[in-house]
Design a protein around this ligand. Structure first.
Ligand SMILES: C[S@@+](CC[C@H](N)C(=O)[O-])C[C@H]1O[C@@H](n2cnc3c(N)ncnc32)[C@H](O)[C@@H]1O
Length: 333
């Protein structure tokens, strides 16, 4: 039944400021979609034929959420009512709004019902006090479970940097399980927001960065891999530029490669390939790519090619709500 859902329009929710890059991504991706009505963080698209739920399966790094559009309404209640009437059985409704210059998910105090792959989810987006849009999508792998792809995570008060938030958002968006059985190597680890988030999750980290770490992570620092305690997460600081790190700095058993270096994608991916050659046990890659201009998103095919050549089968690029000119690049074996 639901596979027959069709609409003339798709709408995308994105970070305000990413609308042009999103349209460029659509054009360069060979999608015959034409952009139409647009507001900050909200872009509609039309095509020659109607869209179906399957049309939403495209990968667009700048879109935090893609929905089949069900139209515009004057109130939130009207929009929600329309969704419930059209999809009466078990449809969840997410609420989002453009507020304080952000496209935000609305999170209520009561815990939200968890979403499962295959669930139909309605979205009501408030663009202004009398402009509400209703949309529908189906939840699936590598799609955020949160309204407007915004988890509303509040940063840990102890964190020395916003990188804590970016990592937590990426883990939630992609539904990644990194556990105490993993060892992560992170390039560009100072001052230590990512390291702190991982330690809090019980994950041990080898951090590579010539810069100083914050005391909150140095409290878990070990002098060498040989001194690693059993049963509690540790942090080993390899205090040098990534290009000077060697196999003996990594030791055995590294399972994840992460990078948050403020370097070009080419430099980061070159180091990624070198680290994977030094530690073939790496099975996952999570990189915060920092771009000088968001339009560089159209170079994504080059980054995907590099990761494919390293035998990664599943590759995703995604802008998160905590990002500015950044993207999370994920690769899994
Ligand atoms: C945005 S900060 C990283 C924030 C960090 N991940 C955190 O969780 O707090 C970028 C870091 O990249 C480091 N960096 C830049 N180039 C590097 C290189 N070639 N090798 C290692 N670290 C590098 C800088 O020293 C800086 O500390």
């Amino acid at each position: 039944m639901t596979d027959a859902i069709q609409s003339e329009f798709i709408f995308a929710l994105c970070n305000p400021g990413s609308e042009t890059a999103l349209k460029l991504e659509v054009a360069c991706g060979g999608l015959a979609w034409r952009s139409g009505y647009q507001r900050r963080g909200f872009v509609t698209f039309k095509a020659d034929s109607e869209f179906s739920l399957e049309s939403l399966d495209v990968q667009l790094a700048c879109a935090r959420r893609l929905c089949l559009s069900l139209g515009k309404f004057a109130t939130r209640e009207d929009a929600a009512q329309f969704i419930y009437q059209k999809f009466p059985s078990g449809t969840l409704i997410h609420h989002a709004r453009y507020f304080e210059r952000k496209m935000q998910g609305i999170h209520h105090d009561a815990p939200q019902a968890s979403v499962h792959y295959g669930n139909l989810i309605g979205t009501v987006v408030e663009l202004s006090p009398n402009e509400f849009w209703a949309g529908i999508h189906r939840h699936g792998r590598f799609l955020s479970p949160d309204p407007a792809g915004d988890p509303g995570i509040v940063m840990s008060a102890d964190s020395p940097s916003r990188a804590w938030l970016k990592l937590e958002e990426a883990l939630r968006f992609f539904d990644l399980k990194i556990t105490s059985a993993d060892i992560v190597v992170e390039l560009g680890c100072a001052p230590g927001g990512v390291v702190l988030a991982l330690l809090q999750r019980g994950v041990s980290v080898i951090g590579v960065d010539p810069a100083k770490m914050a005391d909150v992570v140095n409290a878990s620092a070990i002098a060498s891999r040989e001194n690693a305690p059993l049963g509690s997460p540790w942090f080993f600081h390899c205090r040098k530029p990534a290009a000077l790190a060697a196999k003996r700095d990594l030791g055995q058993g590294v399972t994840w490669f992460m990078s948050d270096m403020n370097q070009s994608p080419e430099v980061v991916l070159k180091e990624c390939a070198r680290f994977i050659a030094m530690a073939p046990t790496i099975r996952g890659v999570l990189i915060t790519l920092k771009l000088t201009d968001l339009s560089q998103v159209v170079d994504q095919w080059k980054w995907f090619e590099t990761l494919s050549a390293l035998s990664f089968q599943t590759i995703r690029l995604q802008q998160l709500s905590a990002h500015h000119k950044e993207f999370a690049l994920l690769a899994l074996k």
